[in-house]
Design a protein around this ligand. Structure first.
Ligand code: AMP
Length: 542
């Protein structure tokens, strides 16, 4: 006789959910499907998932033979290419952790991140050779492996191996042995709430479940007949998980290399059906897409996120180009997908304007994600479409603590929800609308810029008494920073140029404020805090 306790656990197989299974499925079931990569010389490199699998095995063997152990962090400084895709699988398959570096960051920022992650080995794309030269002497990586898609002579470059040589003599078979689905597989850094880099360590389980969730029909909805192009860099939250989602669904994958200039050509040449990118990418390419409307008629859906997609842009894409816009919200901390916006059946009879209003929202939580709103006194707020509170989330693919850091109440609630730092409303149907940000970050072209870090750096300049950085709306980039500065003394020098140079020593170009405004004093609130809203009002009306 069995007791209730005996039946407490079911008798189903507990096979671990691993990244290796995605690759195995793609290669066994969809082995003839292709990865297309745009090379720097304008040609397209193509191979199928069976070949990819074989090369991943060779790369796993080669990396292991360098002495890389489970749990070691392996950095990549690589564009969207088939080699980066190989690393996406080969590193997790040996139990190690792939750590894609954001090539847009400054050498000082990258040094901090590489040191925090204790990277010993780095794969570098030759297209970024100049940027890497500024970083290489600042970090202590033992091995540098150079991926050379440029066909340039690399004999003078300081590297341990050239990628093709590194893998060429290796065994073509490899059996991944991941003991537990909760083993880590990838590490991505984010700006958190104040710009201080924080690592998010994904597990095989979290990434596998995220992949299954985004493959829902009402989420990314990829199918075997799709051709998918993530225009999101592969260093940004694992290209929103699209390489994994694409291959699990059996679709073809298109990688655009390092430049976004030719994406319309690429859509035409490879027959892309689904593409994903931040609003500024779509805004930039819209005129060309309209001009070449009939050439890009395979494209039926774009996935947009990273910042709010303007309603006017959604309207042009849907009405003029006949391309469905799926507006998503998420964070590095959420692998990244949290919510996605699609109309419900109940909206069929709505007017076009009402539909557009809904489509510009960030959408409803995808299956597996729980959301709630909380105010400053820790009250849970109603889903009435009016109450504004901090959006808090929970899911199997949401971080529970930052890398090497104890969870703090600044980032997590006492009952274990992630505090997103986004202010939102939720309506009775569960649609989230982001209305503001609690964090001191500006979103520009889908990337974060820390106002606190810029202010701190400006304030240590001897000619500055006080500085405040604010974000103002910008047509092309969503938002751009403006610095408002109180100077110690009036000067004949070109102080703006001097301050720009001062910031450029530490931060990447896209962080440098577009304008410097000099004032006698910074407006303060009644409790003596900087009144950013008053500054923004003054700047926008001046
Ligand atoms: P990251 O971790 O760099 O991807 O940045 C995540 C942050 O980007 C979120 O917390 C939001 O502030 C912002 N974000 C992402 N998607 C959207 C969206 N669709 N609308 C508005 N803000 C967004």
């Amino acid at each position: 006789m069995t007791s209730g306790r005996d039946n407490m656990f079911g008798s189903m197989m507990n096979t671990p959910m691993t990244i290796g299974q995605i690759l195995e499925h793609a290669s066994n079931i969809h082995g003839d499907k292709h990865v297309h990569t745009l090379l720097p010389n304008g040609k397209i490199h193509r191979y199928n998932y069976t070949t990819l699998h074989r090369r991943v095995n060779q790369l796993s063997n080669a990396t292991e033979s360098l002495g890389i152990n489970p749990g070691d962090r392996v950095a990549t400084f690589v564009s969207n290419t088939y080699q980066h895709l190989e690393l996406y699988y080969a590193i997790p398959n040996i139990g190690a952790i792939i750590h894609p570096l954001n090539v847009q960051l400054s050498p000082i920022q990258l040094k901090k991140i590489v040191n925090d992650a204790e990277n010993n080995i780095i794969f570098v794309d030759n297209i970024y050779a100049d940027q890497f030269a500024n970083l290489q002497n600042k970090i202590g990586c033992k091995h540098t492996i150079l991926i050379n898609n440029t066909n340039q002579d690399i004999t003078h470059q300081d590297c341990s191996f050239e990628y093709e040589r590194f893998i060429s003599d290796e065994d073509r078979t490899y059996s991944p042995d991941i003991p537990d689905e909760n083993c880590s597989m990838a590490l991505c850094y984010t700006s958190g709430t104040n710009g201080e880099p924080k690592g998010v360590l994904y597990t095989h389980r979290s990434m596998y479940l995220h992949t299954m969730a985004v493959n829902h029909t009402d989420v990314f909805g990829l199918t075997e007949s799709d051709v998918v192009m993530p225009i999101v860099p592969m260093y940004h939250v694992m290209a929103w998980g699209l390489p994994y989602a694409t291959m699990l669904s059996g679709a073809e994958l298109v990688l655009h290399g390092s430049s976004q200039d030719n994406i319309v050509d690429l859509i035409c040449e490879t027959g892309v059906t689904v593409a994903a990118g931040v609003p500024s990418v779509w805004k930039k390419h819209l005129p060309e897409m309209i001009n070449r409307k009939h050439e890009i008629n395979t494209l039926n859906k774009i996935i947009v996120g990273g910042e709010a997609m303007p309603m006017s842009l959604i309207e042009v894409f849907e009405k003029e180009l006949g391309i469905e816009v799926r507006h998503a919200w998420g964070m590095t901390e959420m692998s990244p997908t949290g919510t996605l916006c699609r109309l419900r059946k109940a909206h069929e009879k709505h007017s076009d304007e009402e539909k557009l209003n809904i489509k510009a929202m960030q959408g409803r939580p995808i299956p597996g994600v729980q959301i709630r709103l909380m105010n400053g006194t820790m009250d849970i707020l109603p889903w009435d479409g009016n109450s504004v509170g901090e959006l808090q989330v929970r899911s199997p693919w949401t971080v529970s603590s930052y890398y090497n850091t104890e969870p703090s109440l600044e980032h997590f609630t006492e009952d274990g929800w992630l505090r997103t730092g986004d202010l939102a409303t939720i309506n009775s149907e569960g649609y989230v609308q982001i209305v503001d940000r609690m964090k001191s970050l500006i979103r520009s072209g889908g990337e974060s810029i820390s106002t606190v870090q810029l202010e701190t750096c400006l304030s240590i300049h001897p000619q500055v008494i006080e500085a405040v950085v604010i974000g103002v709306p910008n047509d092309q980039w969503g938002e751009r920073p403006i610095a408002v500065v109180v100077l110690a003394t009036k000067t004949e020098e070109d102080i703006t140029e001097i301050l720009k140079q001062h910031l450029a020593n530490e931060f990447p170009n896209f962080w440098i404020p577009d304008r410097f405004v000099y004032v006698d004093e910074i407006p303060k609130t009644s409790v003596g805090k900087t009144d950013k809203q008053a500054i923004i009002r003054r700047i926008l009306t001046s």
